[in-house]
Ligand binder design. Structure first.
Ligand code: MN
Length: 427
């Protein structure tokens, strides 16, 4: 608990996406699926528990409480119950809604607990957070009235009054982040002009302390990874004000299930020359991930990389049957299970592709063509080539769904697959 009169603490979280369905999971055991379905709730429950344990003064929630506009009654009831736990412990809660749960979406009209304030959507309003009647901070916020808020909302914020500390709560796309829908776009200058001490932002799911002071600008990220793209620890920030430094940020991981992607779950198979050894190494990788997950369940997409003698044999495997079965055995029964969702074979043949690209023959032509496409700026050439083939509607209709990185990955895979076939012809 803060010991001087001017110091206080709060938790800043955003993008709860309660009751989120899990995207892009090919193969999930029913038990794993249940854990996943409950994970967004568990993470928020933990945030409330931490708020009580750390004796914070209030909680700020910066939008996207629910995952979709038709948010389930179950999500609304559970959210209200968690807030009530906080409220009963004397913790105030200030929340806004974002593009996933705007004010015009379905609302069961449950009564929010007394210590809880939901900002309206007409204009930026102000409310004061207090402790024993003393004001701690003025909190300014606005909810999304509808999903498509395309104007700059940040410019509506202006500090007024004498409060020693001011917090702006906003769901927005700061600096035109291309990975997120461009709702309520704004610039850092817009935020600075409002004269807040702390900007509690939401919308961007990857946590990011944009600025540490004058003003402190924070995206806490979402509280639970919801797909293989949202890897690593997720949670909230505990913000202590009035100590040294003036604003102290501590990230608290609260995710219930952790996702591991290529950064953590790649295995270099260059020195692996048998399937016995491969299975051993995969088992060891699984244990490394288990310890990284820190007692919680996790889901991993593994990639096998590197030049390998096993390359051709790996491509011929039925990964599901041949590798995943034994790695998943007994995993479901433990709380810290590592569910290996897939194993991607991204190995290369032992042949030196760069050297082979310089050879004046058909294989060289093929490799040079692939390389040229890869090097073209913005991958426009690749997109144009694929879109130019109207006889393949399957390709042309889905091309926009792929990011540049994904297209590149497909190209790299196609190159290796083609190379493999061409080299077989040579033998
Ligand atoms: Mn969101």
């Amino acid at each position: 608990m803060s010991n001087s009169q001017n110091s206080f603490s709060f938790i800043h979280c955003a993008d709860l996406h309660l009751d989120s369905p899990f995207e892009g999971i090919h193969e999930v055991d029913p038990q794993v699926a249940r854990v996943l379905r409950d994970s967004t709730f568990k993470s928020f429950e933990r945030i409330v528990s931490l708020a009580i344990e750390r004796e914070v003064d209030f909680i700020v929630i910066a939008g996207d409480v629910y995952d979709s506009a038709d948010h389930s009654l179950r999500a609304q009831i559970r959210f209200r119950d968690y807030l009530k736990r906080a409220s009963d412990a004397g913790i105030q809660c200030f929340l806004i809604h974002g593009n996933h749960d705007p004010l015009n979406s379905w609302d069961a009209k449950l009564n929010l607990p007394p210590n809880c304030h939901r900002f309206g959507g007409d204009s930026v309003t102000k409310i004061t957070a207090t402790r024993n009647g003393d004001s701690l901070a003025d909190i300014y916020g606005i909810s999304f009235p509808t999903r498509d808020v395309n104007e700059n909302v940040a410019v509506q914020f202006t500090r007024n009054g004498e409060a020693p500390f001011a917090i702006g709560v906003l769901h927005c796309n700061l600096g035109g982040n291309p990975n997120h829908d461009n709702y309520a776009p704004c610039s850092f200058d817009d935020l600075q002009r409002a004269n807040m001490d702390y900007w509690a932002l939401g919308h961007v799911h990857t946590r990011n302390v944009v600025n540490t002071q004058n003003p402190c600008v924070v995206y806490p990220g979402n509280i639970q990874g919801r797909s293989a793209r949202e890897t690593g620890a997720r949670g909230c920030y505990l913000v202590r004000v009035g100590h040294n430094p003036a604003i102290d940020l501590e990230f608290l991981p609260t995710d219930d299930v952790r996702w591991f992607g290529p950064d953590d779950a790649s295995l270099d198979v260059e020195n692996i020359d048998s399937f016995d050894l491969l299975l051993t190494e995969l088992g060891e990788l699984r244990e490394r991930l288990r310890s990284k997950a820190d007692g919680r369940a996790s889901i991993a997409r593994i990639r096998l990389v590197g030049r390998s003698e096993l390359h051709t044999q790996l491509l011929a495997l039925e990964v599901e049957r041949d590798l995943l079965g034994s790695l998943r055995e007994a995993e479901c029964d433990r709380p810290d299970s590592v569910w290996i969702e897939s194993i991607k074979i991204a190995t290369q043949p032992v042949i030196d592709v760069e050297q082979r690209r310089t050879v004046d023959d058909f294989v060289g032509d093929f490799l040079r063509a692939a390389h040229e496409l890869r090097s073209s700026e913005n991958h426009d050439a690749l997109r144009e080539m694929l879109l130019g083939r109207s006889e393949s509607p399957k390709v042309t209709s889905s091309i926009d769904e792929f990011s540049d990185d994904e297209l590149l990955e497909i190209l790299n895979e196609a190159e290796l697959l083609g190379l493999d076939h061409l080299l077989q012809d040579e033998e």
